[in-house]
Design a protein around this ligand. Structure first.
Ligand code: IPM
Ligand code: MN
Length: 369
């Protein structure tokens, strides 16, 4: 028996490209295990469409149990055309991902929108606006807002179909996510852009007041408030001026896709969904690529595994306290990009670049570790 530290990971690869890119992330973790002398115990479980097919539900109880027993969840992606005709409440995205977030209290979603200087051609934004790279961290509240607010209703009223979703935030929910954003900004360029719609929504008024109150505890951090519509515009106009973007659940969902596109490819973007910090400073978390299942390329072995690999790095950092290992993975990814390796989503044929498949990209990253 080895005396090394052991970390249990619930591995939920899911659907579409999930299993292909997950294989590469596990490959990279195996390298980390050797190099840093830690043991990872992988508990592979079904989730999403494949779980519907094999067990009749998108989030089987044994999957939840495995997550509860683990120190972190490494998640692939769920959903696909095959399950789109199911009633909305049974579809993989709603029936697996949202309940997992709620069940584990994963209120803080960190989405780094990063475009390396050598990859700016992959961005659809004008080169002069993004030259030198783009590096924004979206801090999205993940367990409140109109996503989970009650009542929720779809049905008949007064002879007409009616839908109701409830947008609701408690001050405490805004405070805790604001602390995450300001804390992150302290380790970065010390600027927080807070997103709301305070000109229309009461939620926005509470959000802005609360963020301003929390900001007083971080005098070194500059705060800017933007209405969400204006933010969508400013992100495209002056992407490099953003550092941390703090957003409620729905607006964060929308703006983080925009940031992903500015950065070039969804295939590069990782994410961490974290619960409250433990006394150790570490968090239980769910780590997943920001992109989806990409059904158009699933099974072809050509998907970009980098988002999944960088998500594994975030897991090491936030759930296992392995900052050095996380940095090593980040550096290995940057290294292969600088070497010119490109999967299809980021390949533009520029000189010095080589088109590679999922496995070759994963192997090259692992080999640098
Ligand atoms: C995301 C996704 C999810 C969300 C969906 C799949 C429920 O779009 O993680 O951004 O809206 O939060
Ligand atoms: Mn989304």
């Amino acid at each position: 028996m080895s005396s090394s530290e052991t970390h249990r990971i619930a591995v939920l690869a899911g659907d579409g490209i999930g299993p292909e890119v997950m294989r590469e992330a596990v490959n990279v973790l195996d390298r980390i295990s050797t190099r840093f002398g830690v043991t990872f115990r992988y508990d592979e479980q079904l989730v999403g469409g494949i779980a519907i097919d094999e067990k009749g539900t998108a989030l089987p109880p044994e999957t939840v149990a495995a997550c509860e027993a683990a120190g972190a969840i490494l998640f692939g992606s769920v959903g696909g055309p095959k399950w789109e005709k199911l009633p909305p409440a049974q579809q993989p995205e709603r029936a697996a991902l949202l309940p997992l977030r709620k069940h584990f209290g994963l209120f803080a979603n960190l989405r780094p929108g990063v475009c390396f200087p050598s990859l700016t051609q992959a961005s659809p934004v004008k080169q002069e606006l993004i030259e030198g790279g783009f590096d924004v961290l979206c801090v999205r509240e993940l367990t409140g807002d109109v996503y989970f607010g009650e009542p929720k209703f779809l049905g008949e009223r007064d002879g007409e179909r009616v839908a109701i979703d409830t947008m609701i935030y408690k001050q405490g929910e805004v405070e805790r996510i604001a602390h995450v954003a300001f804390g992150a900004a302290m380790g970065r360029r010390r600027k927080v852009t807070s997103i709301d719609k305070a000109n229309v929504l009461q939620n926005g008024v509470l959000w802005r007041e609360t963020v301003n109150a929390v900001a007083k505890e971080y005098p070194d951090v500059t705060v800017e408030h933007l209405y969400v519509d204006n933010a969508a515009m400013q992100l495209i106009r002056r992407p490099r001026e953003f550092d941390v973007v703090l957003a409620p659940n729905l607006f964060g969902d929308i703006l983080s896709d925009e940031m992903a596109m500015i950065a070039g490819s969804l295939g590069m973007l990782s994410s961490a969904s974290l619960g409250r910090a433990k006394d150790s400073g570490l968090h239980f978390g769910l780590y997943e690529p920001s992109g989806g299942t990409a059904p158009d390329i699933a099974g072809k072995g050509i998907a970009n595994p980098i988002a999944q690999i960088l998500s594994a790095a975030m897991m090491l950092r936030y759930s296992f306290g392995m900052e050095e290992a996380a940095n090593a993975i980040d550096a290995a990814v940057k290294g292969v990009i600088d070497d010119g390796l490109r999967t299809g989503d980021i390949f533009s044929g520029s000189p010095g670049t080589t088109l590679v498949n999922t496995a070759a990209m994963g192997d090259a990253i692992a080999a640098r570790l």
